[in-house]
Structures are given as structure tokens and as C-alpha cells.
Design a protein around this ligand. Sequence first.
Ligand SMILES: NC(=O)C1=CN([C@@H]2O[C@H](COP(=O)(O)OP(=O)(O)OC[C@H]3O[C@@H](n4cnc5c(N)ncnc54)[C@H](O)[C@@H]3O)[C@@H](O)[C@H]2O)[C@@H](O)CC1
Ligand SMILES: [K+]
Length: 498
Amino acid sequence: MAFELLTPDEMAEADRLAIAAGPVDGIGLMRWAGGAVAALVLKRFPAVRTVHVLCGPGNNGGDGYVVARLLAETGVAVRLVATGAPRKGSDAALAAAECAIAVEPLAAFAPETGSIVVDALYGAGLSRPLDGDVVQAITRTAAAGVPVVAVDLPSGVSGVSGEVLGNAFAATLTVTFARKKPGHLLYPGRALCGETIVADIGVSDATVAATAARSFENDPSWWRPHFPSPAKDAHKYSRGHVGVFSGGPSATGAARLSAMAAARAGAGAVTVLSPGASLVANAAHLTSIILRRSDTLQDALAFFDARKPEVLVYGPGLGAEPEVGRFALELMSVAEGRFGALVLDADGISSLSHRRAAFFEVRKRGQPALVLTPHHGEFGRLFPEIAANGSLSKLERARAAARRAQAIIIYKGPDTVIAAPDGRAAINTNGTPLLATAGSGDVLSGIVAALLAQRMPAFEAACAAVWMHAEAARRFGPGLIAEDLPLALREVVAGLSG
Ligand SMILES: NC(=O)C1=CN([C@@H]2O[C@H](COP(=O)(O)OP(=O)(O)OC[C@H]3O[C@@H](n4cnc5c(N)ncnc54)[C@H](O)[C@@H]3O)[C@@H](O)[C@H]2O)[C@@H](O)CC1
Ligand SMILES: [K+]
């Protein structure tokens, strides 16, 4: 699959393996990389008058020297600006030696209207915040408003985390090599890359696989084989039964949103488990969804034993009172032999923040399968040490939390990360600000539950749910409210099942 994400270290490993396997060598990869960038510059900016190529001291700069040479050979006016000479004997030094254009100092660099800038200052090797002449070059480029084509990554953007080290170019186009890096997909890096294109530089799929990369861009192509479709002889319970716990009389809508989403995402039966005080409110709004009174753990146990739900959703609309956390722990304790998976969302997560030790103790069993769907604030409440660790990217934070809680983590946001305890993690890329609307998280928890109830493996189910949720929002478009999402899922499910 071409959806692996490589950290800069994994990419360096892939380069090493490709060179070791031959026949391509380091300068060969660099020529291929520079050639891809030059070709895209010509294709995207056919009328450009001057191209300023900015080269740094490492291999990113080496790519830049190749770009400058190739563009000049095609007749483009190239001005070559460099900071620091490449290390003697390096591939970059070889590329620089092959480029006969006079070098101008970075300190004097100021692009003019009508020109474009190729940023080959720093890529995967960025190791500290940018400063001095580089920051001035970024400021002057932004002031001139000229397009920037970034080689591998906009200088200043961390390939590991997408964070900005000091300052960064805002690119129109970023051309990276072999595979995207997490920094292309995590914010703010994603916004600073502009359009990101992956160019082939002769690193084979087998070489990428040999790096044992465990991060992916979320894409239907790799989880669709697991996407459930009902058997010909299906009956409603064989299509999976989801139970959703409802909140009190003034907070019942969240559970119904989750329940409707679960039904639209293919669960054969969905039951709302409602406190007695909320029965009337729920009954007034539910038709195909089953309604059952549940005030106590005994009530819930009676339901499990009688109706055998596969998956429960606990959290939407419940309030963050201590007893909500206690009940969540009790559910996990009694799960064995009763239900297979639990989706904890919203208040179901926040309410555990005062019972963290007990929660992590219960999770040592690894049962039931657990999916947690925190946004940033909820994540910080349940995993404060991980959230406070500034050296971790969002991808690594989600991964650490997944391991700690022995759970699938859906760490929500514009760059939602899905992580599994076995180390796999994915970054979602079809998100939309339309989803920033009340109740949209409740819908997501229902979709996850429905896919789990239909026996989709948990990591793939979580990735599919996140993608479907965003896809439904995109299809519906502006004006979306959470109530629209379950029906909008219909087309998305049809597209995946077809
Ligand atoms: N064979 C390979 O490894 C290939 C590498 N390629 C290119 O090589 C790049 C990686 O090359 P490198 O590992 O040399 O890394 P870079 O060229 O990104 O930067 C490394 C140099 O910059 C210095 N540096 C880091 N941060 C700095 C800062 N904030 N201020 C000043 N100096 C700083 C480092 O000390 C080092 O000298 C990739 O991004 C890609 O463009 C491509 O040519 C494909 C082949
Ligand atoms: K760059």
C-alpha cells in the first residue's frame, strides 16, 4: 500500500536500504528527487520569469542544486541562493559541483513579484528552530506574496510532528519523496505544505515495507476489505446489536444521535438504555430504535443477558459526575461473556479522570475491546502526563495513550489520529470544519459501535468510522447539523458496500 507515513528517520532508513539494494546510489536518488521537483515547477508555473532556488547545507540543499541546474538547462532564469556549503564528499556537494550557477548569499535574498521560490533549505534533517537569515528570507518571501515550492517539507516544519520550529515557509506546493511524512498531515504542518505531492524516486514498496513503518494515512483502500456487508441469510441480531446509554431527561438527544448513526452504519438492532426519568422523552423520538429502561447495573445486566448486545456506547449526554465514571468501570468489569466492545465517549471519558488508577488497572485485562474518542480537552484529562509531554507529536501521543489504556484511541481534531495498542496509527485527512457542530461526536461513537458490532476489526473499524463521518459531512455540505449526519451516511455506506 502507498499509504504508509514515514518519519524522517524511517525515510532515511528507506534511502539507505534502497541504496544498499542498488542499482541507484545516493546521488542517483537526489537527481531523481530534484528532477521531480523541477518537472513540477515547469508544469505548474509555465509562465514564470525567475525561479529563486534556496539551498541549505544538507541533502535537502542537494536536491535544490539539482533543481536549479535542471531548470537552468531548460532556459528558465534561475537565481541560486545558498546558506552553508555542503559537507565535502557528500551527495549534496556532488550536486552543487554539477550546478554551474553563481551562488548568492541568503542575507541579501528578496524575491520580486512574478518570481517563485524553491525552498530547499531544510527538510528531514531540521533539528532546531530556524533563525537569522533564514527567518528573514521567510519573512521577505511572505511579504512578496510569491508562490513557494517546498522540497520535501517547508523549511521550519518538523517532519515528525508538523510543528513549526521557530518559523516556517508557507508553501503553495510541497513535493516529497517516496511517502508522505507525519508532518505533512498533522497541523500546523498540513496547512503550511499547501498541496502535497509524493514523487517517486525509485524507492520500492518492498523497501518501504522493510522499514516496518506503523503509521498510515487513513484511506478506504486499506480497510475496505474488512468493511462489513450483511450475509444473505442475515437477521437483525446477526447484523450486530448496539446498546447506547441515555442521559437524564434534559440530555437524551446525544444518545439518540449515536443510536441513529449506529443503525445507519449497519447495526441490525440498536437499543437505547434509558433512565426511567428519560423514558418519555426518548419514547417520543424513537421509532425503529428499541427503548429499554435501565437505571442500575442490575437493569443493564438483565438487558445484556436477555438481548446479548455486541457493543455498548457509554458517554454521550451522561454528565461528568463521579457515578458516571464508576459505572463505566463497572461495565468493563462485568463485560466478560456479556458484550464484546465498549465505546467510551465524551462524559464517559471525562468522568474517568478522577479514577485513572482504577481505570488503568481494569484495562490491564485488555477486555472488553475499548474505543475511546477524546477531543483535545478530554485527552488531557485522562492522559495528563502524555498530553503534557511536549516532545511527542499528536501521532505519538495517541499511540502512547492506546498502549497505556489498551484501547483504540480516536484523538479527534482537524487532524484526527487513530491509534491501536499494537502500535499502528493513522492520521485522517478528509476532515472538514463542518463537523465542528454540537452532537457530531455522538454520531461518530455510534458509527464506530455499529462497525464493531458487525465484527470489523477494531483499528480498521475506528479508521473507517472517522473517514465515513467526515465523508457524510462533506456530502451533506454547508448547513449541516448533527441530525443530518445519520441520513447522510446512507450514501457513504452504499459507496463502500458496492
Ligand atoms: N539519500 C538521501 O538521504 C536522500 C535525501 N533527500 C533529501 O535529503 C533531505 C534530508 O537531508 P539531510 O538529512 O542532510 O537534512 P537537511 O538537508 O534537511 O538538513 C541537514 C543540515 O541542516 C542542519 N540544520 C538542521 N536544522 C537547522 C537549523 N534550524 N538551522 C541551521 N541548520 C540546521 C544540520 O545540522 C545539517 O547540517 C530530505 O529532506 C530530502 O530533501 C533526497 O535527496 C532523496 C535522497
Ligand atoms: K525544504
